[in-house]
Design a protein. Structure first.
Length: 635
């Protein structure tokens, strides 16, 4: 059944992904551009590393109404983390610290969210119900996030098909993690409570590149509205991946859309290889029922070791445990992702849950070289009663942490006999991913009793429809018909100048290519040259194109006038002196010829180019260069 072997990333084809049953969906988070936060009236978008106070909290699981503990809560409790929140009095109030009830929902944020939901062809619900979604990693001080689904059953266009939008929600943002070392995790609260929307797609993408392209469309679509924030951290993507026989794995915090293909490829490979590992274990007779492992303290066996990590640990009075995994010989060397092996699955669990964050945090007998000596391995093997068919895993640290670490090694090894554990995984820089936490259960949401339901009227929805732009796929189709350069199509479709472009082309009869390049590329060129960001409002650009339309400046004059505005803050509107008539142009040409006659040319074949240069230095921006060229060629 599991006979397919993953090829290198560059060699994988859509047929290969079909063979493993690859499928993926997206959860895209986008901050809304509002003045205030979602459930209080603190300012939104005020970022600062400065803080006035710190608050310390601990995670403690409690039984649900059904008498059950949440798996994520239990995992976080095992970490014994000290959660520290850094707060600034300008951005945080007592609401964020769960000391006062919430305000009513920010109506500005809700309007903007509904408008985006309409653009995604969602059915807007007629009554909004606020719910609490458990957030057990400490990133929200209350332990839950207030959220509300306002749109369902939408779709976006992708190539020749539709990608379904399961739901779109409005919710409050979480804290920014500053560091997570040992038993201390520190958060900055400056973005806490800011309004954002979460768009959840159906798992309908069949290759890693489809996931990236759909994410680009979603990002472009919301940006085209002008209703959202842009810049670092304003948008974040979580990617859900599974293969046939696998399970939904959520890769959180994807830092760049461009990295989605390699991340989803490696997760698909990981799941497929873990399924192959399960088959190998079953062939060896190791199942969930027959799995065996044990823990021994081997501190005395290694008291004279020369292996530095353990030698240093012993100097600090730490403990060393050895976990024997019966029948696991060579399986910790089993490849999971690119240049990544099953041992890392175990090491990650020890790092996150036992808080043994200094790497290496384990060593194992499947890769015994460059660790403890062979004689030490043999001594431990004899002490714990292991055979040549077994694998030994050594972990060290404080007494409680090393006990937790040993237990997690056993838990993760046993999970390999079952399949793929449901996890939230962290995107890593090399395109692989690592364990972050147990995936939350399906019952993490429950009604919020602090806020009443809110009606969403048809009149409100219809009013919001009127402010929306056309979908970007319609814009881009028109741009392709106009034969615009490929590199300006997507930037123009999401640009604040998209409506201005339409006006220039349809009302001013400006050449579409010229208009697009002026709106998209010229501001970048000018900002790069001046080494600062330059903003051009619609009025300024219309005035410049009016000069072109009236024949006062040439095509070249657009860039010159935009540069002039960027440096002086002015444009020469209605300056009739700039316009050159035929008689004046002929005079300039004759004067330029006279200048040329006084120049000694080494290469007479360059005479035309030199003359053009002299003339254009006098008329550039006011007369089209092609017209000048034709005039001097005629003569």
């Amino acid at each position: 059944m599991i006979d397919f072997i993953f090829k290198p990333f560059e060699e994988m084809t859509p047929d290969d992904y079909a063979k493993v049953g690859f499928k993926s969906g997206l959860e895209v988070h986008q901050q809304l551009d509002t003045e205030k936060k979602l459930f209080c009236r603190c300012p939104a978008g005020y970022y600062s590393k400065n803080y006035n106070a710190e608050i310390l909290r601990h995670m403690r699981p409690t039984l649900s109404e059904l008498g059950e503990y949440d798996g994520t809560a239990l995992m976080e409790f095992k970490t014994k983390k000290n959660i520290i929140y850094r707060i600034h009095h300008d951005t945080v109030c007592t609401y964020e610290m769960d000391d006062t009830p919430p305000f009513m929902i920010n109506e500005e944020a809700l309007d903007k969210a509904i408008a985006i939901g309409i653009l995604m062809n969602c059915n807007i619900i007629d009554e909004l119900h606020i719910a609490r979604k458990q957030y057990l990693d400490g990133s929200i001080p209350t332990g839950f996030q207030r959220t509300a689904i306002f749109g369902v059953n939408g779709w976006i266009k992708y190539k020749d098909r539709k990608i379904n939008i399961i739901q779109i929600s409005i919710e409050e943002d979480s804290c920014r993690e500053i560091s997570d070392i040992g038993h201390y995790r520190i958060y900055n609260t400056d973005r806490l409570g800011m309004p954002l929307i979460e768009t959840v797609t159906a798992p309908e993408m069949r290759t890693p590149f489809e996931v990236m392209e759909v994410c680009e469309i979603l990002s472009a679509l919301v940006r085209s509205t002008g209703l959202v924030r842009t810049g670092a951290g304003a948008a974040r993507e979580d990617v859900n991946v599974s293969v046939e026989g696998g399970t939904r794995i959520e890769i959180k915090g994807v830092p760049s859309i461009k990295r989605i293909p390699i991340l989803t490829y490696n997760e698909a490979m990981r799941q497929w290889n873990l399924l192959r590992l399960r088959e190998e274990l079953h062939k060896r007779g190791i199942t969930p029922d027959t799995f065996k492992a044990k823990v021994d303290n081997v501190t005395k066996c290694l008291k004279k070791t020369r292996y530095e990590p353990i030698k240093n640990a012993l100097k600090e009075g730490k403990y060393i445990n050895c976990v024997t995994l019966f029948g696991f010989k060579d399986l910790l060397k089993w490849q999971t992702q690119t240049n990544t092996y099953f041992a890392k699955e175990i090491s990650d669990r020890v790092r996150v849950i036992a808080c043994l964050t200094t790497l290496p945090n384990i060593i194992h007998s499947d890769s015994a070289s460059e660790t403890i000596s062979n004689s030490e391995w043999q001594a431990i093997k004899k002490m714990v009663g292991a055979s040549d068919k077994d694998t030994l895993v050594i972990v060290w640290g404080d007494e409680k942490d090393v006990e937790t670490g040993a237990n997690e090694i056993i838990i993760r090894a046993k999970e390999a006999t079952i399949g793929i554990p449901s996890e939230t995984r962290q995107a890593l820089k090399d395109g692989t991913n690592g364990f972050e936490r147990i995936l939350p259960g399906p019952d993490r949401m429950y009604p919020d009793t602090d806020l009443p339901p809110e009606k969403i009227s048809i009149e409100r929805v219809n009013k919001l429809k009127k402010i929306l732009p056309e979908p970007i796929w319609e814009r881009e189709e028109w741009y392709k018909q106009l034969k615009l350069p490929a590199d300006v199509i997507r930037p123009l479709s999401i640009s604040k100048y998209a409506n201005l472009f339409k006006k220039l082309v349809k009302e001013y009869n400006i050449n579409p290519k010229l208009a697009a390049i002026a709106l998209i590329q010229y501001p970048k060129r000018i900002s790069k040259k001046l080494k600062k960001s330059i903003a051009f409002n619609e009025e300024i650009i219309l005035n410049i194109f009016t000069l072109l339309k009236d024949g006062i400046i040439s095509r070249e004059g657009i860039l010159l006038e935009m540069m002039n505005f960027a440096t002086t803050g002015k444009i020469n509107v209605n300056n009739s002196e700039k316009k050159i008539n035929e008689k004046e142009l002929q005079k300039i040409i004759e004067e330029s010829r006279a200048e040329l006659s006084k120049i000694k040319l080494i290469n007479s074949e360059k005479k035309l180019q030199v003359l053009m240069g002299i003339i254009m230095s006098k008329v550039r921006g006011r007369v089209d260069g092609k017209k000048v060229y034709n005039l001097i060629k005629e003569n």
